[in-house]
Design a protein around this ligand. Structure first.
Ligand code: GLU
Length: 458
């Protein structure tokens, strides 16, 4: 087999969302698994809607995710001459023809077909026009170009590595539009021709493209090109099983990045969707690529789960070297140091949770409302007693101190621990109290117990 070349071919008409980024990732994994190349091609032929800002945004998102592409990004518009030539080649042998039917005519035809119990396909009205008549009419009438698939006989076979060969009887297909009335190409021809010109050997894409693939295989064979092997994966659906949309829980990659998500968490959750047997410890992209087996990628639809993605985020935060986590934490808490990060790392679900532990860094950091309520309930007298015992104990041993407070104040269990935890760390959960004491030291605890009495009084 020749070296594997895959591609991600976004139309730059919007931001990257979960569905298309999953397709990008699958192609990236496939290429890396097989020691091949992964190309990025902007399908920018829909001139009205393609925007440079989206190309930049897509590149930025792919870079952020670590989905690096080989070589320079490619642009479909650079192959415009080849697309024209392909059209001419098809037209010269009657495999593409001008269609002059108006929208209203097409609507009537479709209704008529439906009322007869037939599929609403193009009637083929303009197919028999002679080249000369078609050329003459084309000088002053609007027209589109169609592929003459329906006139052909037999079948087309899409070689799909995930589903084996998929057979389409040509009689069941249509004569799709390949050039719009404004002269711009629809998706079918440029996408297929570019795959051939770019040397794409394998194209993974959603199974909503399966019929497109039938047209494209037909087209490529007529043009004398070898079609790529397609791998049509099941679609990514929303959490409720409906089409992925804002409503059913989709996000743009940019949105997730701004929410502070670790890119690796998105990569992990997307790579494992519909490919459940990847070892749990395949934690970086290279390990994922090793473990990836396209044949395990589900051909059924899979559902997105934000929870699963954030679970990965938390897991990766916990496993990250503390030095690396410190850099992230400092974006929220510039005064954070390594000791602080090591202390709270197992208690973070998100990086921004550090805010809840500010009192570990700053003895006078104000408490949150819930925490203040706990402290107020315990009362200034409780803290005065705790402070007195702290000062006379001369040591910083948690158990002994807690027992002493217990016998002096009569508080025990949660009623004893929680007000102390809140006063010292600022949060109602967190590291072991003995670790908190060790981190704060004698004066640090003292300062917080003085401050909490002032906060209650305020
Ligand atoms: N530009 C097409 C899309 O964004 C590419 C589809 C494909 O061949 O992967 O849907």
């Amino acid at each position: 087999m020749s070296a594997v070349v895959t591609r991600f071919a976004p139309s730059p008409t919007g931001l990257l969302h979960l569905g298309n980024v999953r397709t990008a990732l699958l192609n990236w994994l496939y290429a890396h698994k097989h020691g091949g190349r992964f190309l990025l091609r902007f399908e920018d032929t829909d001139r009205g809607r393609s925007e440079e800002q989206f190309m930049h945004a897509i590149e930025e998102d792919l870079n952020w995710l670590g989905l690096n592409w080989d070589g320079e990004a490619l642009f479909q518009s650079q192959h415009a001459d080849h697309h024209r030539q392909a059209l001419e080649q098809l037209a010269s042998v009657g495999l593409a023809y001008r269609c002059f039917c108006s929208e209203s005519q097409l609507t009537i035809d479709r209704k008529l077909a439906t009322s007869r119990g037939l599929p609403p396909r193009y009637s083929g009205r303009c197919r028999p026009l002679s080249a000369r008549e078609s050329g003459t009419r084309g000088q002053d009438e609007p027209f589109v170009w169609r592929m003459a698939v329906h006139a052909d006989e037999g079948e087309v076979v899409v070689a799909d590595a995930l589903r084996n060969d998929v057979h389409f009887a040509l009689a069941d297909l249509d004569d799709p539009v390949i050039v719009r009335s404004d002269g711009s190409f629809t998706f079918l021809l440029p996408n297929a021709v570019d795959d051939a010109l770019d040397g794409i050997t394998h194209a993974m894409r959603g199974d909503d493209h399966l019929t497109n693939s039938a047209y494209q295989v037909w087209l490529l064979q007529k043009l004398g090109y070898q079609p790529p092997v397609y791998l049509h994966h099941g679609l990514l659906l929303g959490k409720d099983g409906s089409k992925l949309s804002k409503r059913s829980g989709s996000h743009s990659v940019a949105e997730l990045r701004h929410a502070g998500l670790l890119p690796e968490a998105l990569v992990q959750s997307l790579a494992r969707l519909g490919h459940p047997n990847i070892a749990d410890d395949a934690l970086d992209a290279a390990a994922l690529a090793d473990a990836f087996d396209a044949h395990h990628v589900s051909t059924s639809a899979v559902r997105w789960s934000d929870d699963e993605m954030w679970r990965w985020h938390t897991r990766l935060l916990h496993q990250m070297p503390a030095e690396q986590l410190l850099e992230l934490v400092q974006m929220h808490q510039p005064t954070a140091d390594l000791t602080f990060v090591q202390l709270i790392q197992p208690n973070l679900q998100r990086v921004e949770d550090v805010a809840g532990f500010r009192r570990l860094l700053h003895g006078r950091a104000p408490l949150g409302l819930k925490e203040l309520a706990v402290a107020t309930e315990a009362g200034a007298g409780f803290y005065a007693e705790a402070l007195r015992l702290w000062r006379i104990s001369g040591h910083t041993e948690w158990k002994a101190w807690a027992n002493a407070i217990k016998s002096e104040t009569g508080r025990s269990g949660r009623n004893l621990f929680m007000p102390l935890r809140v006063a010292l760390s600022g949060a109602m959960h967190g590291p072991e109290m003995s670790a908190v004491l060790a981190c704060l030291g004698k004066d640090g605890v003292d300062e917080r117990l003085v401050d909490i009495q002032e906060q209650i009084a305020a």
